[in-house]
Structures are given as structure tokens and as C-alpha cells.
Design a protein around this ligand. Structure first.
Ligand code: 3HC
Length: 699
């Protein structure tokens, strides 16, 4: 029997149940939409059908329109691949049907799935059903009438919030808002929905067509005020994303000219947005993110992940305490080990502050915070390591120290225990050199602040076992820190980078991370890659001048409690001093460059580094680097990730630019072999390599 289908069953009560089958989320694929049209035509014709119930198989109503179709549209540029659902199906066949239709929703109704339910004449839901219109996260707007019907059911304010923030609600809240008519236990969902549909047919319950309602919309002036505020907010929070303003325009059209006019406008704008680069980037990220959890020879060989209940974290500094916080928040027991009680207390205090910070921001309840902290134990020795499932070492980047620790770990930890290091620079084979536990040594590289940043980079060696990787599996690889570009005001560089969509520029980031990290990492790079590291004395000169970034409130910026970082102009003479030492400005004069050039000079070397990673087979696939850059660097997801963006910009242009700059500024900009090859052959950077990946790979 086909897995993707729409079925129809007519009961003796005269109710037809139409069910969507498309595991795992009942996405509205093209055959499903065709099936729905066909079944609704059939029930309209049949005399034995009085009323209709629409539902999804397997406890999930529908996860929305099939996003694979967006991908096909992006590849072909042919927007005609999008079926006409909004008017031809939802308005004509469903909402204007002469027989009432009740949606029986369970599990989730998202995007087009919720829009189907909105077109029905009533909605009955199981408890804790997720309801939302997340289309904006894919660079489009709801396209099956959601921009019109949702405001008419829940009011404009709530609808705008749900759409613009892509925030879903649970059916319990939906019931209070009027989106859901009744909540019933899952086992009674179909029974109650059938009765409800019959009640509507016999006029015992109201027959409501959402698009025709106006009672929740408020006055025109109230609506305009809500939309005005939303526009202002969107300009701030999503300045580079056209779908936010477009969504508000479409909602407004429906309020001013009526729901049907709004539906037509929605369909038109939807089709324009599907073809935008923003949508291309976001859809790419959607699939790339899901692809990261599929690792050849790890996730496809029948292994089962083991349960990690207790983790020992070594080092209570910024990284260690952040990692410990992240683990505690996921209900994992943590032993935090430090070398003396002063450092240990400091680490514990940082963890407490991290957790409290989340409570203050409303992201965590007091109860959960207490539960998390109750799972923490501090320690000055290894006695608590004997039943640890995993150790994460997060001490300073020092090879002999790490080697000593791993030698000790091998003796004190149980044999199943995963031995992970948070190193971002040191070769894992070197870390584990003095042990015979190479199969369980792995990199677990978190990004600061570790309890906030979503990426976990897993670094494996050729000896790391598939089981250990599976146990730790998440996502990719981050590119090394962006270096200093001489000749341009550092604050302008930061502005250009944050306007591009990254949360902050390289200088502010350096302030935040602390200069100790910059110096340590810089040294490691200089040793590992002497031919392509640009050594700048800037950070050391800053430290000499008593600056240490956010740590001591003074870096490139001044940090004061309660206010935003302010550019500190007194840093400029220090930068001048560094420039004099490096002396690489052409003719010794400051550069005159456009913002676009600044952007390219900062990001093209990152692309170049990404090319080396692809060339060396360090990632399983190019899209893993996209996800790593989105989750680890906060590279804007609407630009699709670093490699996706580079392919849009064009490998040839990137290659030409780097080549030109390497002539002026040296090897730091020298294009990699991989980039050169792809640029010359006109092959996208993301195209799979013909050769097999090397044994050492980061996922
Ligand atoms: C015209 C309309 O207005 C336009 C639209 O409807 S656009 C679509 C709107 N819907 C969405 O954005 C929802 C997207 N999906 C999700 O958020 C999540 O997948 C979910 C909450 C539904 C389920 O999450 P979860 O259980 O963690 O499973 P998850 O791994 O994400 O997805 C399971 C599989 O379903 C696929 N999938 C999920 N939603 C899909 C969709 N709408 N279309 C196609 N495939 C989808 C995923 O790609 C994944 O496939 P894989 O196993 O091959 O990797």
C-alpha cells in the first residue's frame, strides 16, 4: 500500500473521514494536495455524505506544505511547480463546501497544515497539539490563506505575533483564543469531531467560515496601529528579510479590502517570495540542518546511542562553566573539577549566574533552575569520575597539560566513558598521545557562551569509534576567528559585519571572548599553519595598555553595567601603533575601501578556509559547514550558511579578489587549491567531491 495517500471512509452516520497519510509529518506533498482535491470532489457529489471530518494519520495532523517543492522551485526557477491550493482548494472546495468540514487535529498543525484547519468550519484538537504558522522562517509568508484567516480567528495582535515571530501555541491556548472549538482526549478526537460536523450540518452548532468573519479584527485604526508597531519592530529585528514587511502588507490588504482580496494578494506575494534569495537560503538551512544528523557509517549502521547520565567537566572557566550549565539544563548530572577551591567556587558561581540569568530573562522557571543546580557537584579530585559516562576537558590550550589530564582520565574513568576535549586548536591525536584510549577520544567543541550558542562541533580522528561519535553527534565545524584588517576604523568593520547579519563584528567578539583566548589561539594557528597565519601584535599591545576586553570593561569598546558597549576612541592610537609594527599598508597609507570591500575582505578568507575543510574531507558534506556557520558563528540563516552564500556570490569573484589581495597583503589571502580549481572550472563549492573524504572528519 502506498505510504503517501489520502483516504476516504464514509460511516453509517453520513460523516466522511478524509485522512492524510504522508509519514513522518503528513507534509502536504503534491500527490496529497491532488488527493485532497479529489476526495473533496467525491464527498461533494455523494448523497450518503452529510458532513466531513479532515484529519492526519499517525497522531500528527500536518507539518505543512512539502518544503521539498520549494527546493525544486529554487533549483528550476519555475514557480508554476507550486499548486494552486489557496483559492481552488481551500476557498472553493473546502470553506465554501455545501457540507460542513471539521478538522480533527492532533500532534501538530503547522504552516499549510494549520491553514487547512483554519479553512474548516470548526477545529477539534487533542491536548498539547502544536499550532503555528512558521512560514517566515523559510523566507515566505503563509500561502494557503493563513495571513487572512488567523487574524480573523485569534485577533490581529496575536496573529501578527504568531506569524512574525514564527511562534507556535498549544491547543490549550488556542482554545482560549477561539482558534480551537474543543479539546478532547486523543481517543475521542474522531468521535467528537464527527458529532460536531453533524451538529453543524443540522444547525445545532454555528457554521462559520473564517474568511468571512470580522468580529475579532477590531477597528481599522486599531488595526493600523498594531501593524505600524509590528512594522517598526520587524525593521529592527529582521532588517534584511523582505518576508516580514510583505506579510504585514498582505494582512493589511485583507483588513482594508476584505478577506478574499487578501487571499489573492497573499498568493501573489507568496509566489514572489518563494523565488527570493532569502527563501533559497532558509530552505537550504532547513534541509542542511536535518542532514547533519545523518553521518555515513555512524547513523546508518544500526548502532543505538547510549544514555549519558553523568558528565565530568574539567575546568570551571568561561567555557567549562558554560558547558556545565548547558548539561545541567538538560537534566544531566555534572561533576565540575577544578585545581583548587578558589577556582572551583568561581566556576560554581558562574554556573549559578548563568542559570539565574535565564530565569531573569524568563527563559527558565525557578523550579527548573533549582532542579538544574541540584544536579551539580564540585570536586577537587577524580573520585567522582568512576561512574562518569563522559568527561569534557575544558582547560587552557596547553598541550602538555592536556596530555597529562588524558593520561589520568584513562586510569580513573570507567572503560565505556567518552573522553572529550573542548580544544579548538590542538590535534586530538596529540592530546591522546600518551593514552591507549584513542577509540573513545573525541572533540566536543562548544561555542561561547556555551549555554546559549547552539552549535556543538564533534571532532573525530580516524580512530574514534562510531559509537562514540553517535553518542556525541550534533553538528559541524566552525571557521577560525576573523583576523584584523589593517587601515580601516575597527568600529566601521564591526558595523559592516553586523549589518550583514552576524550578531557582532570581529572586534566586539574579541572583546567578548577575552584577549587571553585570542593570544592562545593565535599562537596555535601560527605554529600549525605558519604559511597562512597573519600575525598581528595588536592584542598584545592592547593588553600592555591595560585592556582586556569585556573582562575588565575596556577593550575596543567600553563596557558599563546596564548600557550597550560604546566604541572607545582612545583605542585608535593603540591600533596605529600596531599598524606601524606590521607595516603592511600599501605605501604606508590608510586604505580607502567601500563597505562591500570590507565585508569581502573579512568573509572571503572564511570561505577560503571552508574550501580547505571541504578539500581535506573534514566535513561529511558542504551543507554541514553551512549549519556550523549558522549555529556556531551565527552566520545569518537567511543567507543559507557560508558555503551556500559563497556559491551565490560566485567562487570566481571570491578567487579573483583573494588573489588580488594576496599580492598586496601576503599569503593570508592566498586562495586555496580547492577554491582555485572550482573557480576555474565554474563548479559550485558545494558540489560533492569525486574523491572520498579523508579519515579525519569533523561533522
Ligand atoms: C503554503 C504554506 O503556507 C507553506 C508552508 O506550509 S511551508 C511549511 C511550514 N511548515 C514548517 O515550517 C514546519 C517544518 N517542520 C518542522 O518544523 C519540524 O520538522 C516538525 C516540527 C514538523 C517536526 O519536527 P521533528 O519531529 O523534530 O522532526 P524533523 O526531523 O524536523 O522532521 C522529520 C522529517 O520530516 C521532514 N519534514 C518536516 N516538515 C516537513 C515539511 N513541511 N515538508 C517536507 N518535509 C518535512 C524533515 O525534513 C525530516 O525529514 P528527514 O527525516 O528525511 O530528515
Amino acid at each position: 500500500m502506498a505510504k503517501v495517500k489520502v483516504t476516504l471512509e464514509v460511516g453509517n452516520d453520513g460523516v466522511a473521514v478524509i485522512t492524510i497519510f504522508n509519514p513522518p509529518v503528513n507534509a502536504l506533498a503534491i500527490p496529497i494536495i491532488a488527493g485532497l482535491k479529489e476526495k473533496f470532489d467525491e464527498v461533494a457529489r455523494r448523497n450518503d455524505v452529510t458532513a466531513i471530518v479532515l484529519t492526519g494519520n499517525g497522531g500528527r495532523f500536518s507539518g505543512g506544505f512539502d518544503i521539498n517543492v520549494f527546493e525544486k522551485v529554487h533549483k528550476s526557477g519555475d514557480v508554476k511547480l507550486m499548486p494552486d491550493v489557496s483559492v481552488e482548494f481551500l476557498v472553493n472546495r473546502l470553506e465554501d463546501s455545501k457540507k460542513p468540514v471539521v478538522a480533527a487535529v492532533e500532534g501538530l498543525a503547522l504552516g499549510g497544515g494549520l491553514e487547512l484547519a483554519l479553512g474548516c468550519h470548526a477545529r477539534i484538537a487533542a491536548p498539547r497539539t502544536q499550532l503555528g504558522l512558521p512560514e517566515l522562517t523559510l523566507g515566505v509568508i503563509p500561502g494557503f490563506g493563513g495571513t487572512q484567516r488567523l487574524p480573523r480567528l485569534v485577533g490581529l495582535h496575536k496573529a501578527v505575533e504568531m506569524m512574525l515571530l514564527s511562534k507556535s501555541i498549544m491547543s490549550e491556548e488556542g482554545k482560549k483564543l477561539g482558534l480551537i472549538d474543543a479539546i478532547v482526549p486523543s481517543q475521542e478526537l474522531l468521535k467528537v469531531s464527527r458529532l460536531w460536523a453533524l451538529d453543524i450540518a443540522e444547525r445545532r452548532k454555528p457554521w462559520l467560515r473564517s474568511l468571512h468573519r470580522t468580529d475579532k479584527l477590531g477597528s481599522l485604526s486599531e488595526a493600523r496601529e498594531i501593524l505600524k508597531v509590528a512594522r517598526q519592530q520587524a525593521r529592527k529585528t529582521a532588517p534584511n528579510m523582505p518576508q516580514h514587511q510583505a506579510c504585514l502588507d498582505v494582512i493589511e490588504d485583507g483588513i482594508v479590502h476584505g478577506g478574499y482580496s487578501g487571499v489573492l494578494k497573499e498568493a501573489k506575494v507568496f509566489k514572489e517570495l518563494v523565488l527570493s534569495d532569502t527563501s533559497k537560503g532558509l530552505v537550504h538551512v532547513f534541509f542542511a540542518q536535518r542532514a547533519t544528523s545523518k553521518v555515513p557509517n555512524v547513523t546508518d549502521v544500526g548502532l543505538k546511542p547510549r544514555h549519558v547520565k553523568k558528565v565530568a567537566v574539567i575546568g570551571g572557566g568561561l567555557m567549562g562553566s558554560g558547558i556545565a550549565t548547558a548539561l545541567l539544563l538538560s537534566n544531566i548530572y555534572v561533576v565540575l573539577k577544578e585545581v583548587n577551591s578558589e577556582y572551583l567556587q568561581k566556576g560554581i558561581k558562574t554556573i549559578e549566574a548563568n542559570v539565574k540569568g535565564l530565569v531573569t530573562k524568563g527563559k527558565l522557571t525557578q523550579d527548573k533552575a533549582q532542579r538544574a543546580l541540584s544536579l551539580l557537584k564540585g570536586s577537587l579530585d577524580y573520585s567522582d569520575f568512576k561512574d562518569a559516562d563522559m568527561v569534557i576537558e575544558a582547560v587552557i590550550e596547553n598541550v602538555p597539560l592536556k596530555q597529562k589530564i588524558f593520561g589520568e582520565l584513562e586510569k580513573v574513568c570507567p572503560s565505556h566513558c567518552i573522553l572529550a576535549t573542548n580544544t579548538s586548536t590542538i590535534d586530538l591525536n596529540v592530546v591522546g598521545e600518551k593514552t591507549s584510549s584513542h577509540d573513545r577520544i573525541v572533540g566536543a567543541h562548544f561555542f561561547s557562551p556555551a549555554h546559549v550558542m547552539p552549535l556543538l562541533e564533534i571532532v573525530r580522528t580516524e580512530k574514534t569509534s562510531a559509537q562514540v561519535i553517535l553518542d556525541l553527534l550534533t553538528v559541524g565545524k566552525i571557521i577560525k576567528k576573523v583576523p584584523v584588517v589593517v587601515g580601516v576604523d575597527v568600529f566601521r568593520i564591526d558595523r559592516v559585519i553586523s549589518n550583514f547579519g552576524l550578531p557582532m563584528g570581529p572586534f566586539q567578539l574579541q572583546d567578548l571572548a577575552g584577549y587571553g583566548v585570542a593570544v592562545a589561539v593565535g599562537k596555535e594557528f601560527a605554529t600549525a599553519f605558519p604559511d597562512r597565519t597573519f600575525t598581528s601584535p595588536l592584542v598584545e599591545i592592547l593588553i600592555k595598555h591595560g585592556r582586556n576586553g569585556k573582562n575588565n570593561g575596556k577593550g575596543y569598546y567600553i563596557y558599563e553595567k546596564g548600557s550597550k558597549p560604546k566604541p572607545d576612541l582612545s583605542v585608535l592610537p593603540i591600533i596605529e601603533e600596531s599598524r606601524r609594527v606590521t607595516n603592511i599598508m600599501p605605501g604606508g597609507k590608510p586604505l580607502s575601501v567601500t563597505d562591500q570591500e570590507i565585508l569581502e575582505m573579512i568573509l572571503f578568507p572564511v570561505v577560503n578556509e571552508a574550501c580547505r575543510i571541504l578539500d581535506e574531507g573534514i566535513v561529511v558534506r558542504a551543507s554541514d559547514l553551512d549549519i556550523a556557520s549558522v549555529l556556531g558563528m551565527s552566520f545569518p540563516s537567511y543567507r543559507g550558511g557560508i558555503v551556500f552564500w559563497a556559491d551565490l556570490v560566485g567562487p570566481k569573484h571570491i578567487y579573483d579578489s583573494l588573489k588580488k589581495w594576496s599580492g598586496v597583503y601576503g599569503n593570508f589571502y592566498k586562495p586555496s587549491r580547492f577554491l582555485e580549481e572550482r573557480a576555474m572550472k565554474g563548479v559550485p563549492l558545494s558540489a560533492p567531491a569525486s574523491s572520498s573524504p579523508s579519515s579525519r572528519s569533523r561533522m
